[in-house]
Ligand binder design. Structure first.
Ligand code: SF4
Ligand code: SF4
Length: 374
């Protein structure tokens, strides 16, 4: 049976986090099960943007510190890095507190600017990825994600966290190539097989609910999750958040390919294993409901899924226009304006807006569907 460990941790106090990580790893058989002496290990946090840890957008630095210490304990060599959605690795790491941890623990922070091609002939959706070149220089990867909602993918856990190995604006190209959610999820499933982290850790001490992954609401969950199977870890994370875990796009795709264990085949252990919470859903989550098969959602994507709307909060910074994959956003004097004929409902604008000025309005068909079901 695939094992997922859930342990309680009620704060980001250095000792509390370290003890909880140790407990979690011991339940999995110890760090030595995954890391050998001399291994070069990439610890990959979620550094979506350089924001302070209390915003709960990025993996908390104390979780990274605890993992650095565990990796060093076995005589391996840790590196830390990510490609943020905005700005450089260095600037993001400085603001989210990870840089100072790397300095204190004397670990190299790797800037994801160089890339390398990785061929994956078995890929069902993508057969070639250009990944951050550090991937080719390390022996092992540990994905250290944040427990958050995600407007496009429902949740952002250990698997979605790997998207940070795609360097900078190459990410937008994937949104353009994979406009349908099931395709994008398929790409993430392929990516997970390519990167194949030895360990997935989720920082759920403080997570995010509502319209994540950047503009949601901070939510105390008091948990750390871990396991060697990322699909299993994400399924359990979604269950804890109160969602239909197997209907999340990545889970649904991985299950259909026989790559993910089913929920009933996962053994959940640890002192937090019984925890069940109710995270506020992202506005777009209902269209991921099991009652709507993914091909239907794909076909009616624009009618079923939520429509991004620019609100009066817009400060005309231009970030959304710069990052909108199909260039569907233009800047008028004091506001961003969306051309809905071009919009592919990827929600990059909502994800990156610094003023939380992109509201998601439920799609027309979804509202009708909901009415008919109530
Ligand atoms: S990112 Fe947000 S604040 Fe900036 S222009 Fe777009 S909607 Fe306005
Ligand atoms: S307007 Fe927003 S949701 Fe639409 S394509 Fe651009 S970034 Fe994606």
């Amino acid at each position: 049976m695939v094992k997922v460990v859930v342990v309680k941790a009620d704060s980001y106090n250095e000792q509390v986090v370290y003890q909880a990580i140790q407990e979690l790893l011991e339940e999995l058989g110890g760090i030595k099960q995954f890391i050998k002496p001399g291994d070069k290990v990439l610890i990959k946090p979620n550094m979506l943007e350089g924001l302070p840890p209390q915003k709960a957008v990025t993996t908390h630095p104390e979780v990274i510190r605890a993992l650095i210490r565990e990796v060093k304990k076995v005589g391996a060599i840790p590196f830390v890095g990510d490609s943020p959605g905005i700005s450089s690795t260095l600037k993001a790491a400085e603001k989210c507190g990870i840089l100072v941890i790397c300095q204190e623990e004397e670990v190299e922070l790797v800037s994801f600017s160089e890339k390398m091609d990785v061929i994956f002939p078995e890929g069902r959706t993508v057969k070639k990825f250009a990944l951050a070149s550090i991937y080719g220089q390390v022996d092992k990867v540990i994905s250290v994600a944040k427990m958050k909602t995600h407007s496009f993918m429902g949740i952002t856990g250990g698997i979605k966290n790997l998207f940070g190995l795609i360097v900078g604006k190459d990410k937008a190209q994937f949104h353009l190539r994979m406009k349908k959610r099931s395709h994008f999820a398929g790409m993430l499933v392929d990516l997970a097989q390519v990167v194949s982290p030895v360990l997935y850790i989720i920082d759920g001490i403080v997570g995010m609910e509502g319209n994540g992954p950047r503009n949601g609401i901070v939510k105390q969950a008091g948990l750390l999750l871990g396991g060697s199977n990322g699909f299993a870890v994400d399924l359990i994370m979604a269950e804890i958040m109160g969602y239909k875990s197997e209907s999340m796009p990545v889970a649904s795709r991985a299950l259909s390919l026989g790559l993910s264990p089913k929920l009933q085949d996962i053994e959940v252990i640890g002192n937090g294993c019984k925890t069940r919470l109710q995270f506020i859903s992202p506005r777009n989550l209902e269209s991921l409901d099991q009652r709507l098969p993914m091909p239907v959602v794909d076909f009616f994507q624009n009618q079923l899924t939520a429509k991004p709307m620019i609100t009066r909060e817009c400060i005309a910074c231009g970030r959304c226009a710069a990052h909108c994959p199909p260039k569907a956003i233009k800047m008028n004097d004091d506001k961003a304006v969306i051309d809905y004929k071009k919009c592919i409902r990827c929600y990059c604008c909502q994800e990156l807006c610094p003023a939380n000025a992109v509201e998601l309005k439920k799609g027309l068909l979804l509202r009708i569907f909901r009415k008919g079901n109530h």
